[in-house]
Write a protein that binds this ligand. Sequence first.
Ligand SMILES: Cc1cc2nc3c(=O)[nH]c(=O)nc-3n(C[C@H](O)[C@H](O)[C@H](O)COP(=O)(O)O)c2cc1C
Length: 402
Amino acid sequence: MLSHIKLIYATKSRKLVGKKIVLAIPGSIAAVECVKLARELIRHGAEVHAVMSESAQKIIHPYAMEFATGNPVVTEITGFIEHVELAGDHENKADLVLVCPATANTIGKIACGIDDTPVTTVVTTSFAHTPIMIAPAMHSSMYEHPIVRENIEKLKKLGVEFIGPRFEEGKAKVASIDEIVYRVIRKLHPKSLKGKRVLVTAGATREYIDPIRYITNASSGRMGVAMAEEADFRGADVTLIRTKGSVPSFVENQIEVETVEEMLEAIENELKAKKYDVVVLAAAVSDFRVKNKAGEKIKSGGSLTLELEPTPKIIDRVKELQPEVFLVGFKAETSEEKLVEEARKQIERAGSDLVVANTLKAFGSEENEVLLVTREGVKKLPRMDKRELAERLWDEIERLIE
Ligand SMILES: Cc1cc2nc3c(=O)[nH]c(=O)nc-3n(C[C@H](O)[C@H](O)[C@H](O)COP(=O)(O)O)c2cc1C
C-alpha cells in the first residue's frame, strides 16, 4: 500500500476492510467528485480500483484517480483483459462495482447489455456474480426521458441498486459522498440482524413555553442515529423516531417529532401497528413540560415564572404494549455513583433488558464512555467514538437476544 494511502486507510471505520470496490467512472461532470469519493471509501477500509470511460478521461485526468486510489487506473481494455481481472468470477473478484457518476448513455448501454467502453465492459463482466450499484447524474430533462426511466426500471428489476439522484437546480445531481458511502457500507455489511424489526429514538425533545420558545437539552441525537444506522447496516428493518434539530440520518424510515407527547404517540402507534424485536430509547426526553403554555409570544420585560409538570414516562409504556420486546434504555446522571443505582431502578420499573448508562459528559460529544447494566451485572466499556460504541452495543444486544 502506498504511504499516502496508508495515512488515510481505515481512519474513519473498518466497515469496508477486505472489500474490493471497482469505481467505474463515466463522463459526467460529477466525475470531479470521484477523487473525494474514492478516498472516503478508503477511509472506511476499502481497496478501490478506478475504471474510466473515454469521456470521463476528458473531464478528469486518470492521474487524479491513480493518486486517489493508489492503484493503476483502467482506461482501456488491453491484452491484460483488465475487465476479467477486476470483475470476472474468480477468487480475487471485486465485492462491488459502483458506477458513479452514471451518465444517461452508460445507463442505457448497461440496460441493453452493450459494452463498448471500459466502464460498460466491466459492468457486463460482473453482472452475473457481483453486486452493482449505480449513482446517476445528469440534467433533469435527460433523467425524465422515458427511455432513460425505462432503462433504470429495467435495471432495478434485474437487481441493480440505484443511489440518488438529488434533484437540485434543474439537475438530477449525483448523490452526496456521505450517502454513497452509507449505501455502499449497508450493501456490503454482514446481515446479522436480518429479519429483526428495530425501533430507535434519537435526539432532544422540545417543550414549548410559547409558540417560538422551548425548553430542551444538549443531546445531539448522535448516539441514537449511530444505533439506528448500525442496525440498518446489519440488515434490520429499522424505524427511527428522530427529534427536530438532531443530526441527520440516512435511515429510510424516519418519523420526525418535537415534544415528549409527539414522541410517545409515535412510539405507541408503531408498537400497536407492528411487532418489534428490539426497542432502543436513546433520545434525551424532557422530564418536565410547561403547565400553561402561552398561545401567543410572551412579551419581553419583567420577570417570568413558569410552572412545570412531569411528562409521561415513555419507557414505561414499551413493555405494557409489547412485553416480549428486548428493551434498551439509556440513562444519564451527573455522577457515576448514582448511575448504576438509577439504571437498576429502570430495570425494575420499566423492565429494561439493558441499560446504557453514561454521565452527562457524553451530551453533544462525538464520544461516549458507558456502563452496561443488566439484571446479571455491570460492565464498563472504555471511552470510544459513538459509532464504534453502537457496534459494541449491537454485538452485546445480539448476544443477549440469541
Ligand atoms: C463537461 C461535460 C459534462 C457532462 N455531464 C454529463 C452528465 O452529468 N450526465 C450525462 O448523462 N452526460 C453528461 N455529459 C455527456 C456525456 O459525456 C456523453 O453522453 C458521453 O457520450 C458519455 O459517455 P460515457 O457514458 O461512456 O462516459 C457531459 C459531457 C461533458 C463534455
